[in-house]
Design a protein around this ligand. Structure first.
Ligand SMILES: [Fe+2]
Ligand SMILES: [Fe+2]
Length: 228
């Protein structure tokens, strides 16, 4: 039994939006994802840390879900900024039920457990969002979601999965960082950074939380193992 995580698969099996146009780092990325996920075992858990599918609707993302569901193990999805197909958890679960997908579920206003550890998470907040209107309301919504997820962990040690990095060279999101500290989050994985932006990642421990980037191109399209 093992816990794995990876973000930003950016699958597009149902829509014409392959990431291969982004250069050699993304060459044959679906094949590379397929190769690494086929090593999962049924008792494993894999966190998918946002930007999972380019589909604009659940129907457009269906082929990507079918691809993921075919690999062994439980997969828990966190929302990314490009997951436009994302709806309410009940609607998304109903869709998976109707399609017969049995290994996919969500971390959204809730947490999941892996052994004693609580797996929490939400999309998070990044400076790119601040250019958009209604940003304060959206930031507030994200912090409420994150706190609901962290509260659900109770006394369990917490691993938190954010799509957006709460820390980045030249930027940090105090509202999110304060919550991670207050709830004694041990590890925080984030995605979203690709290509050139990867250089500005911040990793390592700060205020008791160990931060790490898990975007797919950074990890070479193989999920990182977090727990045995
Ligand atoms: Fe991404
Ligand atoms: Fe993203």
């Amino acid at each position: 039994m093992a816990l794995y995580a990876i973000g930003d698969l950016h699958l597009s099996l149902g829509v014409d939006k392959s990431m291969e146009v982004f250069g050699s780092a993304w060459e044959q990325y679906v094949e590379r994802i397929s190769e690494s996920l086929s090593r999962l075992r049924p008792e494993d858990t894999l966190i998918l840390d946002g930007d999972t599918s380019w589909g604009m609707t659940l129907e457009q993302a269906e082929a990507d879900f079918r691809f993921l569901d075919a690999f062994p193990g439980r997969k828990l999805l966190v929302k990314g900024n490009h997951d436009y197909w994302w709806g309410t958890v009940s609607k998304m679960r109903r869709f998976f039920d109707e399609k017969g997908f049995t290994t996919l579920d969500f971390i959204h206003n809730n947490c999941a457990f892996y052994g004693d550890a609580a797996l929490c998470g939400t999309r998070g907040w990044f400076f790119e969002e601040e250019r958009k209107p209604h940003n304060e309301k959206m930031l507030r919504r994200e912090t409420i979601r994150l706190e609901a997820s962290l509260k659900a962990a109770g006394e369990h040690p917490i691993l938190c999965f954010l799509h957006y990095p709460p820390l980045y060279t030249g930027y940090e999101c105090p509202d999110i960082l304060q919550l991670l500290e207050r709830y004694h989050v041990r590890e925080c994985c984030y995605g979203h950074l690709h290509g050139y932006a990867i250089r500005r990642r911040i990793e390592g421990t700060r205020n008791g939380t160990a931060f790490s980037l898990i975007s797919a191109d950074y990890l070479g399209f193989a999920p990182v193992k977090l727990r045995d």
